[in-house]
Design a protein around this ligand. Structure first.
Ligand SMILES: [Zn+2]
Ligand SMILES: [Zn+2]
Length: 343
């Protein structure tokens, strides 16, 4: 790592040269990748233009510290306009990378640049996702305390460098090094050993994600109830009682979800009216909303008694089934907007 004094000189030099050489548009523009977090895209953008993330903060008019994670939470209009202007990306494409808005923001891991034992860090990652990326990048969903595993790879997420135990700190990277290398010790995060999570805990995690997604369509009061119950899961699971989910390390949250998965989901449905409680219970029992829909489809196929029964339904039929399911689950027809599309 370069020293602070040497580094400060380097940052100022680059900043001045940059405004001279590229006043209208930065030489390289890169497209956001699926579910990419704004800070991840900013780090890649800076590196692609030959500027290390810590120096890129200066180009955008920011100082030291967690400049890019703070932009994930709130992107000032003038910075968004500058990024649009310099990269020619639409404003919507840039603002959609932030974590701004919606009940789900209650799950955001706090911005902490230290990594005390058993406490959360601001960022999680899946080593296998990073290893599979052509350009390794960080996902928006990795910022959420409600996520402890990777749905694609079935392994646990990580929130630290296994070599130096520091959290992810690309925002403070002073050299032109891709962001899958630890900013402090250069350990390659793609080589981190796989963390295991019990299948029952992964099913519970998916059910929680789906309950929040489905209830978002019903209005903020419903999803707020689900979110506050999930935030209190360390108490329900009898691990680290008194702490909220967002304050626990990923390893502690994995233990929390594993303990909770071994219990009935009373914590999620206590004191609720029948229909709402039933829907949550069904999603948890099925291990996720899509699984529930698939089982419902199988049930209908089995009981329709048609001699031309098909093993899998065409997409149009699945959409119709989805709509039918929603009518059953929402007998008052009170939900706003369309139900989420089946995968
Ligand atoms: Zn993964
Ligand atoms: Zn490290």
């Amino acid at each position: 790592m370069t020293g602070n004094a040497a580094h400060a000189g380097f940052a100022i030099e680059v900043c001045q040269r940059y405004s001279d050489v590229a006043p209208d548009r930065w030489p390289v523009s890169i497209k956001p990748l699926p579910d990419e977090l704004l800070s991840s895209w900013l780090h890649r953008l800076g590196i692609a233009n030959g500027i290390a993330p810590r120096s890129f903060a200066g180009v955008l008019g920011f100082g030291d510290g967690m400049w890019s994670p703070r932009l994930d939470h709130r992107l000032p209009r003038n910075v968004a306009t500058l990024l649009c202007h310099q990269t020619h990306l639409p404003l919507g494409a840039i603002s959609s990378m932030t974590m701004d808005g919606g009940a789900i923001t209650a799950f955001l891991l706090p911005l902490r640049d230290n990594a005390h034992r058993n406490r959360s860090t601001w960022m999680q990652y899946c080593p296998l996702c990073l290893a599979g990326d052509e350009a390794p990048y960080f996902r928006r969903q990795w910022r959420l305390a409600s996520r402890v595993s990777c749905f694609a790879h079935g392994c646990g997420l990580r929130d630290r460098c296994p070599a130096c135990h520091a959290g992810v700190a690309t925002f403070d990277q002073g050299e032109l090094v891709p962001q899958h290398f630890c900013a402090w010790c250069r350990f390659d995060l793609r080589a981190v050993p796989k963390a295991s999570v019990k299948a029952a805990a992964r099913r519970l995690e998916r059910a929680i994600v789906d309950i929040c997604r489905v209830e978002s369509a019903k209005g903020s009061a419903k999803v707020s109830d689900a979110v506050s119950r999930v935030l209190r899961t360390p108490v329900a699971a009898d691990v680290r009682s008194g702490r909220t989910l967002t304050n626990l390390s990923t390893a502690a949250r994995i233990r929390c979800f594993e303990a909770l998965a071994a219990k009935p989901p009373d914590w999620l449905v206590n004191d609720m009216d029948g229909v709402d409680a039933y829907r949550r219970w069904m999603i948890v029992a099925a291990g996720g909303h899509d699984t529930l829909i698939a089982r419902f489809a199988d049930f209908l196929e089995t009981h329709q008694g048609s001699p031309r029964r098909q093993r899998s339904l065409p997409a149009a039929d699945r959409s119709a089934l989805f709509a039918a399911y929603f009518r059953i689950m929402h007998p008052n027809g009170g939900h706003k907007g369309r139900p989420p599309a089946p995968h």
